[in-house]
Design a protein around this ligand. Structure first.
Ligand code: ARG
Length: 582
């Protein structure tokens, strides 16, 4: 409704310009806000105050002119001028009814696919294959996936890119260790079942044996020069590591597949061309043998420009070089209109630098939007970066198992007589949902504290609370013994709580639009939490099964039904499954 009112006000501005009341070159940003106090209406704008100077009128006078020129619409019933010149709008309940009815008969809940779909490349998850995925990759995978699903729902074309770290010097060490094991007649695959252990063992050999370290370094060179034996080992290793990742995605319900993997190694053949292109564009400078780009925008403490190193003295390429090649590919081959990077906030400078280089070099079109979507660190309850009890970086798979086990205890305590298999199934959904929701519901730019107790609580803005709210609405239908498709009559918005609920329901589209634009899934979480809360108040104040009239009962069932579908759709955009009972 904010959007609709905004459109009306934009039309008003145009008409005021035509009449010469405000100057033709005025470009006001029309802003509509929800009011805190309902007695002042539902929505308000400060437009008159913003434009009063340009119009040479006092704000209240201009406010009246705006109201007089507002196009005819069923959206509002009453408009007031308040204080220094605010305009307050009172929503028309009939308009709300129309919107609710339209949503009820639409599989997309009244949300039309976007008129101008874009091609959006999303770089997310992107773990390093040398090691096991850890809790740091949780955020990128979960947040990136939620935003991807939301954009896809809007009707954009999404290209998922899992930019895995599958290249670089660490691989020399790993390959050397694989060779050693093979020479001892050991089976590689079983040794790779725990990558963390494998990595540590290889690292230990690297540190203790000069011969091993030399072999490792040689293997990197051989790998990079295309040696077949090395490439064979390397593929074998990555195959195992990628299948570990895929297992985690499947378990988490992250929509990435093997087809979305395009790792650093995929850009090997482009790197020399990147250097040549940068040189051609006059951007490269030699600094102590290394090829660098210096950007005036980024300076060190002494005010000297920071270099972005493109190629080292020994000819080796860097993380930044690969990212430049990837940007070039995403523009030229994938035709991206937007590229989103869900990567740790600590890589902020890296992205600002490579974005600038890519633009200066013409790797991306000026209209293409490159957006780093940073996120903070996962902290432990001790306020330090999250670690397991043994002090190592927490492995994702273990965390998920623990969440599911704790969810099992929780569900069992509520349903002591439930069959074992049902308990397990429900606990598995609740456990995963809790981990995901805890992450999604926090503003991603802040650090967040990983706490099983908090995420598995039935109170507050948590997955158990929302999943439970959803089952409650579902149970209303069970008790009513009606099928949602058989509901008749029109929606009646008589009670204040009915109005509040309906007005929240029709805001779903606005929230989706914000998540899609800003990449903040917590906005959707907050919305669903508020919706569930408003449903509770409605449910308490407005009897459904014991409604006074049949028409009222049908109407309230309709509101309940739309609430359930909105919760389910919203959670599904977050990548969270619902349960019919728990
Ligand atoms: N592999 C990197 C890491 O784990 C993240 C890659 C992010 N994506 C990118 N295009 N640089 O830190």
């Amino acid at each position: 409704m904010k959007v609709q009112l905004q459109q009306l006000l934009e039309q008003t501005v145009a008409s005021l310009k035509q009449q010469g009341i405000i100057p033709a070159d005025a470009q006001p940003r029309v802003q509509v806000d929800r009011t805190k106090d309902k007695s002042h209406g539902d929505l308000a704008t400060n437009l008159a105050m913003m434009l009063s100077k340009a119009a040479g009128k006092n704000p209240r006078e201009l406010a009246q002119l705006i109201i007089d020129n507002l196009p005819e619409s069923s959206l509002v019933t009453k408009v007031d001028i308040a204080g220094p010149g605010f305009i307050n709008f009172f929503l028309n309940p009939l308009w709300l009814v129309e919107q609710v009815e339209a949503a009820l008969i639409d599989p997309r809940l009244g949300i039309e696919p976007i008129a101008d779909p874009q091609t959006i490349v999303v770089d997310y998850s992107s773990p390093n294959l040398a090691k096991e995925m850890h809790v740091g990759h949780l955020r990128s995978s979960i947040i990136g996936d939620a935003v991807t699903r939301t954009l896809e729902f809007q009707g954009h074309k999404l290209v998922r890119q899992n930019h895995v770290g599958d290249w670089g010097t660490q691989f020399g060490m790993l390959l050397a260790y694989m060779e050693e094991l093979q020479a001892k007649g050991q089976e590689i695959n079983s040794n790779l079942s725990n990558l963390e252990v494998f990595y540590r063992a290889a690292k230990q050999r690297f540190d203790e044996s000069e011969a091993f370290a030399t072999r490792a370094r040689n293997l990197v060179v051989e790998l990079q020069s295309g040696d077949e034996h090395c490439n064979q080992l390397w593929r074998e290793f990555n195959e195992v590591s990628l299948s570990h990742c895929q297992e985690t995605y499947d378990r988490l319900g992250v929509s990435l597949t093997r087809a979305d993997v395009r790792g650093e190694s995929a850009y090997n053949d482009d790197l020399n061309q990147v250097v040549a292109d940068l040189d051609q564009a006059g951007l490269l400078k030699e600094d102590q043998g290394a090829k660098c780009v210096f950007l005036d925008e980024f300076k060190n403490k002494d005010g000297d420009p920071l270099p972005v190193i493109i190629q080292k003295k020994d000819g080796g390429f860097l993380y930044a070089t690969t990212d430049l090649a990837a940007m070039r590919y995403r523009q030229r081959e994938l035709n991206a209109d937007r590229v989103l990077y869900f990567v740790d906030a600590r890589q902020g400078l890296h992205f600002q630098q490579v974005f600038t280089v890519a633009r200066n070099a013409g790797f991306v079109k000026p209209a293409t939007s490159l957006e780093h979507m940073p996120f903070g660190t996962v902290m432990g309850e001790d306020g330090k970066p999250f670690k397991t009890r043994s002090g190592t970086v927490a492995k994702l798979a273990d965390l998920l198992t623990e969440a599911q086990n704790r969810a099992y205890d929780l569900v069992k305590s509520k349903n002591p007589d439930m069959a074992e298999q049902d308990l397990r199934n429900i606990a598995d959904v609740v456990g995963i949902a809790s981990v995901k929701y805890a992450d999604l519901s926090k503003n991603r730019t802040s650090d967040y504290m990983f706490s099983f107790d908090q995420m598995l609580s039935f109170e507050g803005n948590t997955a158990p609370y929302l999943l439970y709210a959803y089952t409650r609405v579902a149970s209303v239908f069970e008790k009513a013994e009606v099928n949602a498709s058989e509901l008749t009559g029109s929606v009646l918005l008589e009670h204040e709580k009915e109005l509040d609920l309906a007005s929240k329901l029709v805001q779903f589209n606005e929230v989706i639009t914000s998540v899609a634009r800003l990449g903040y899934p917590h906005l959707l979480c907050n919305y669903l939490y508020e919706l569930a809360g408003l449903f509770s108040s409605f449910y308490e104040a407005c009897p459904i099964l014991k409604a006074e009239t049949e028409a009222q009962k049908q109407s309230r069932l309709k509101l309940a039904w739309l609430t359930a579908r909105t919760l389910k759709q919203g959670l599904s955009l977050l990548g969270i499954n619902t349960l019919e009972r728990m």
